[in-house]
Ligand binder design. Structure first.
Ligand code: NAD
Ligand code: TDX
Length: 337
């Protein structure tokens, strides 16, 4: 079987490739990736894949690659909320037009598709709301990024209904683990501390994210590919709700610093307050369970990975911090703590 993995040089896609190599050695893998700033070809070192540099919105290229595949798993996207606030345009092109082009190719060739999406399509929850997102939650995206992911989900659903393509969808919560770009929350804070600078909390730092180890996300994707029903959406989550402040304090402690050695900086515009996933459907109908049930130990392993792989993240660090410094200023602690 040959799988076409779009976005396979990015964080989750590269981990998906390595997971597949470990658990399904007979699967042949083609990666289609534009190799944007967010990717690093070296994330795929040792993975034995065919790596094609190209755009998921390139119809001729996508047609050829899909025609030669038995399955498509679609990770390719622009993914950082802060970037989508600075310039939404690449998000429309990669996430909406790219998904449309892919859908036309799987329709033509009759190849099954798994579409990877995010819980952010459902908007956010209040901190004290006992509710969590389910497959029936209404779509209510807040940022340009999440709006384009919502649009891509709806395109996939429409192609199933109108054209009868075979496709499953998943919406996952926040991932952590190796090979995540230093612009994202957990790698940014780990590498800040390793560099001797303070972690940066947006606003009051009390926003909640529902953390899942990237290997659990990818084991869930394979479970859905193998056992899921076409046209269905499955929410993926591992009951990992934490405030951003708690995560930063855990990173500081693990790296031998005082747990309050962080700074508050300018909040993100439209910052979603809380995400929380109810993954009962995936667990009950398809029998999936996460392997990393202890966030603290998964986080420590991730910290160790960044400590041991400075050569992987170092080239991106200075430019990333420079970009942040242009828009974020340190807030008075009296106003936030
Ligand atoms: P990432 O930014 O690390 O990787 C995205 C990859 O897509 C990169 O390698 C990039 O080069 C590639 N890409 C971007 N535009 C492309 C284009 N036009 N054509 C081809 N390739 C292109 O992101 P990630 O965190 O690995 O996210 C992967 C997918 O998972 C995305 O669809 C994202 O919405 C979804 N997701 C992410 C999370 C998370 O916590 N990171 C959670 C839920 C869902
Ligand atoms: O320096 C920071 N300080 C901070 O407090 C950064 C970079 C982020 N934050 C906050 C914002 C969020 O509340 O941390 C939280 C996590 O931020 P991100 O890593 O930017 O993730 P988020 O916006 O939650 O989106 C992520 O999860 C869902 C991924 O980037 C998306 O691609 C995915 O769909």
């Amino acid at each position: 079987m040959r799988v076409l993995v779009t976005g396979g040089a990015g964080f989750i896609g590269a981990n998906f490739v390595h997971w597949t190599r470990r658990h399904k050695p007979d699967v042949e893998i083609t990666v289609l990736d534009a190799l944007t700033y967010a990717s690093d070809g070296s994330s795929l070192d040792g993975a034995d894949v065919e790596l094609v540099k190209g755009d998921v919105a390139d119809a001729a290229l996508v047609d050829r690659l899909v025609g030669a595949s038995d399955l498509v798993v679609h990770f390719a996207a622009e993914t950082h909320n802060d970037n989508s606030l600075a310039d939404p345009s690449p998000f429309l092109q990669a996430n909406v037009v790219g998904t449309f082009v892919l859908l036309e190719a799987v329709r033509k060739h009759g190849v099954p598709l798994h579409h990877v999406s995010t819980d952010e399509v459902y908007g956010d929850l209040e901190l004290d709301d006992p509710a969590r997102f389910t497959e029936d939650s209404p779509y209510d995206p807040s940022s340009p990024y999440s709006a384009t992911k919502a649009a891509s989900d709806l395109l996939v659903r429409a192609w199933v209904r109108s054209f009868g393509i075979t496709a499953t969808l998943s919406n996952c919560s926040n991932n952590y683990g190796p090979y995540q770009h230093v612009e994202k929350f957990i790698p940014r804070q780990i590498t800040n501390v390793l560099d001797g600078s303070a972690p940066k909390l947006y606003g009051d730092g009390l926003n909640v994210r529902d953390w899942i180890h990237v290997d659990d996300h990818n084991s869930a994707v394979w479970t859905i590919v193998e056992k899921g029903r076409s046209g269905e959406t499955y929410l993926i989550g591992a009951d990992g709700e934490e405030t951003n402040k708690t995560v930063v304090q855990a990173i500081l402690r693990a790296l031998g610093q005082g747990e309050n050695a962080y700074e508050h900086v300018t909040d993100r515009a439209g910052h979603d307050r809380r995400y929380a996933i109810d993954s009962s459907k995936l667990r009950t109908e398809l029998g999936w369970t996460p392997a990393y049930v202890d966030f603290a130990s998964g986080l420590r392993a991730t910290i160790d990975w960044y400590r041991e792989n400075e050569a992987w993240w170092r080239p991106q660090k200075a430019a990333t911090e420079q970009k942040y410094a242009a828009t974020q200023t340190v807030l008075d602690p009296a106003a936030t703590d």
